[in-house]
Design a protein. Structure first.
Length: 264
């Protein structure tokens, strides 16, 4: 493909959770043109079937790639990546960066040997996560809990609302109340929405618990794959959404220097 300075990096997520990845990417590649794509009409992914997610993600990314001609696409969503990454790579002829639960760095960080993992229902049941645990947990215990309500809580926070304390408390209890849960000292946030709630989760779990997600590693991977490529720093980032143009989106995206929001 022909890469020009204006060729964008396409960041795709089910909603606004991928902004946690965009924040890290901006630190490393502040000059890169970015299109942030949110499938708000399909949110939440975590409660859909694997077949629904795979078809939806592959179809949307195919059409977005035709329209925007990105130099690279990032599936900034754990659920979509664990289910559809292989299919998307088969269909699109550009580099595709996925998002996977940060089990390997968590295993290096834990001191008690017990790691918690919060994700959507679709993510935590994937064999892909089983394989990551087998390969990288290094014998540490991994306690998983599906906390789909945290997705909505993160979206609420980004839109200027206050996430419900009960939702955060339920997620924490879901980890702590399992056998060995009281020993958790490291939590993998296996959904890009969840780092947006780290302050609330830390308050509920305690100051000694480490939270880890994959956003920094994803940004480094994107930087590595685009190393040496030209960027037009004058092109402002923009966003596309598949759902209605919610007025609250403007305030949510403004801190990321995105003011151009259109419906896809």
């Amino acid at each position: 493909m022909d890469i020009t300075p204006s060729s964008p990096i396409l960041l795709f997520d089910s909603g606004l959770g991928g902004l946690s990845v965009l924040a890290q990417l901006r630190k490393i590649l502040p000059e890169a043109p970015v299109i942030y794509a949110a499938d708000t009409a399909g949110l939440p992914y975590g409660e859909k079937t694997e077949a629904e997610i795979a078809a939806r993600v592959a179809g949307l990314l195919g059409r977005m790639s035709e329209r925007f001609a990105p130099r690279l696409a990032c599936i900034a969503c754990n659920t979509a990546s664990t289910i559809a990454l292989g299919m998307v790579r088969d269909v699109l002829h550009i580099p595709i960066v996925g998002t996977v639960p940060a089990i390997k760095p968590a295993a290096a960080l834990t001191r008690t040997g017990t790691i918690g993992l919060l994700g959507t229902a679709a993510t935590i049941r994937q064999a892909y996560v089983d394989d990551l645990e087998a390969s990288f947990a290094n014998g540490n215990r991994l306690i998983r809990h599906a906390a789909p309500a945290l997705v909505g809580a993160a979206e609420t926070k980004l839109r200027g609302g206050r996430p419900a304390e009960a939702v955060v408390a339920e997620a924490v209890a879901g980890l702590r109340n399992q056998p060995g849960g009281e020993e958790i000292d490291t939590v993998v946030l296996a959904c890009t929405h969840f780092p947006l709630l780290e302050t609330e989760l830390r308050a509920a779990m305690g100051p000694d618990v480490h939270f880890i997600d994959g956003s920094e590693g994803i940004a480094r991977r994107i930087a590595s794959l685009t190393m040496g490529q030209p960027f037009d720093a004058k092109i402002a980032a923009k966003a596309v959404v598949t759902g209605e143009l919610d007025p609250a989106l403007a305030s949510a995206l403004a801190p990321y220097a995105i003011s151009d929001i259109t419906r896809f």
